[in-house]
Design a protein around this ligand. Structure first.
Ligand SMILES: *[C@@H]1O[C@H](CO)[C@@H](O)[C@H](O)[C@H]1NC(C)=O
Ligand SMILES: *[C@@H]1O[C@H](CO)[C@@H](O)[C@H](O)[C@H]1NC(C)=O
Ligand SMILES: *[C@@H]1O[C@H](CO)[C@@H](O)[C@H](O)[C@H]1NC(C)=O
Length: 521
């Protein structure tokens, strides 16, 4: 129903534009002949053609910003004859981090950054490793203000003349076979960019194993420096210039992720930043969500969430984490496993309720005793997290507290209804939903984030620029500090309400109506 309405509107709008154009052309011609009589007629046709919908629902956003503001003078003007192109590793969140590090490295090596398309997450319904145009995920005009960029689509570089490696394709230097998924990723890069990296000569297969690239790798693929977390560069060190000392025109940077270290800051506004911190946070500032995503988020928020809210990003996919936690884990991962094993939906609901009751005052401008929560989770967890929220709602209701819950389901529905016929939502639906949700989490007055999630961690970097560092807490910490196992926990009354609500839910339980796979990595 809504979909059909949108079709009509889109068609209508296009013809309106064309007609108005035609009319104003003929107006210019006619005006000299017959004066103002024509003008009234135009107003009438315009009036008839534009329905109320044209003013009340958003129309398709314009995405293509790759050539916008191309002549702006960047802060860092880079050598136009040397290029560097990142070959990203893993999913969308790691790719954004890889891009941010590539910007720093492009500046340090003084090479124009030649941007490849991003690649889809392997859980994307359209398939993994499919090319995503840069401007679907990134505000290109904003990046142009920082550094000189180009695009691999311009076909400036048809081959990688040198491979700067941040991580290698071998697990260990002694291995004779490369990791299949890494080679596969390089092939996906080649396909997306038409830029060649790998040797493809079958007849010399042993040589391919020894020397898999068309050009040199710096350092060599078998160098011990590339095992584990790979190369480690700090902001100040000159090792970047000496490790990647090449005058070749087209360089690729292989698999950057946490190789060019970001210093962690608490507040980007209040405390004077060191030059290293300034350098990195300037990069974060210039790699924000594209304008169309920010607009979609604004429209959604103004219609569905028009008050201060807490955003909750829950990224502990039960199956994935039970696999992770089946092995003994060290450090924080081990602690996270510990908490996840002990905490069912009841524990999480209790922690959240207790947190809200004890800290209810942290958000102003809301009616007394009420909270608004935006919940984002991977699809596999949507049903569990809804159960958690419904339990929390009941507990809080018993305390005279009202919570309003908005979730990924609402965002998905809103985007389908309003942008269902727009190309970008058809081609990159799960990309767009994830990006809009990141924007919503970034704007949240408070953030409950998932430790060890790249999605959460990127949102937190954006929030630091707005000085929201203190308005956030990890979900795991929430359970540790406010859950049943925390010190002095004695709210037996809360438990009884949980039991009642769990019984009711068990009766009403319906299959999850969560059709969209969301990208969380
Ligand atoms: C990069 O090199 C060019 C010369 O090709 C120079 O004009 C420019 O200042 C250098 N930029 C940086 C950021 O070092
Ligand atoms: C790069 O290599 C050249 C020639 O091999 C050498 O003269 C220069 O010092 C090197 N630069 C760095 C930063 O290591
Ligand atoms: C727990 O209770 C003890 C004794 O009543 C008190 O001293 C302590 O501060 C409480 N701790 C917390 C975390 O509330």
């Amino acid at each position: 129903m809504a979909r059909r309405r949108t079709v009509r509107r889109t068609v209508q709008k296009k013809s309106t534009v064309k007609l108005t154009l035609a009319l104003s052309l003929s107006l210019t011609l006619l005006q000299s002949v017959s004066g103002l009589a024509v003008e009234r007629k135009i107003d009438e046709s315009d009036y008839l053609l534009l329905s109320d919908e044209d003013f009340s629902t958003p129309s398709c956003p314009s995405i293509n910003q790759r050539n916008s503001d191309a002549d702006v003078e960047p802060l860092y003007k880079l050598n136009p004859k040397l290029f560097i192109t990142p070959i990203y590793i893993w999913g969308p969140s790691s790719q954004l981090q890889g891009l941010r590090e590539s910007i720093g490295v492009a500046i340090r090596l003084n090479r124009t950054l030649l941007l490849p398309p991003f690649l889809t997450h392997n859980s994307d319904p359209i398939g993994g490793d499919k090319a995503v145009p840069v401007d679907v995920r990134l505000d290109i005009p904003e990046l142009r203000k920082l550094i000189s960029i180009g695009f691999t689509d311009d076909l400036t570089c048809r081959q990688s003349d040198v491979v700067f490696s941040a991580r290698g394709i071998y697990q260990k230097p002694a291995d004779s076979f490369p990791m299949q998924e890494r080679v596969k990723r390089i092939s996906a890069f080649e396909k997306a960019t038409q830029m060649e990296v790998l040797r493809k000569d079958d007849s010399e297969s042993t040589e391919i194993l020894e020397n898999p690239f068309l050009s040199n790798s710096m350092p060599s693929q078998k160098s011990p420096k590339l095992s584990g977390a790979g190369m480690q560069f700090s902001y100040r060190s000159d090792s970047l210039q000496s490790e990647y000392n090449s005058t070749e025109t087209c360089a690729t940077w292989l698999f950057p992720f946490n190789n060019y270290k970001y210093p962690v800051v608490w507040s980007a506004k209040d405390t004077p930043l060191t030059s290293g911190e300034q350098f990195f946070y300037q990069i974060v500032q210039h790699t924000r969500k594209p304008e169309y995503i920010r607009e979609m988020a604004s429209k959604f928020l103004s219609e569905k969430l028009d008050s201060p809210y807490m955003a909750l990003h829950y990224r502990y996919d039960a199956i994935e984490w039970s696999n992770v936690c089946a092995r003994p884990q060290k450090g924080r991962k081990g602690e996270v496993c510990d908490v996840l094993e002990k905490t069912g939906s009841k524990g999480l609901a209790l922690s959240l309720s207790r947190f809200i009751l004890q800290t209810g005052a942290f958000m102003s401008n809301l009616p007394a005793r009420s909270s608004v929560i935006y919940v984002s989770s991977p699809p596999s967890e949507a049903r569990n997290i809804r159960e958690v929220m419904s339990l929390a709602e009941k507990i809080l209701e018993g305390e005279g507290w009202n919570i309003q819950i908005v979730s990924t389901l609402d965002t998905t529905k809103y985007l389908e209804e309003n942008y269902g016929d727009c190309g970008v939502l058809g081609d990159f639906k799960s990309e767009v939903i994830s990006l809009v949700e990141q924007e919503i989490a970034y704007r949240g007055d408070y953030l409950l984030f998932s430790e060890l999630s790249g999605w959460s961690s990127n949102v937190r970097k954006d929030r630091i620029l707005d000085d929201k560092y203190f308005n956030e807490m990890s979900v795991i910490k929430l359970v540790e500090d406010f859950g049943p196992a925390s010190p002095n926990y004695s709210q037996a009354a809360l438990y009884s309400k949980v039991e009642e609500e769990k019984k009711r839910l068990a009766v009403e339980r319906t299959p999850a109506d969560f059709g969209i796979r969301q990208l969380n990595s």
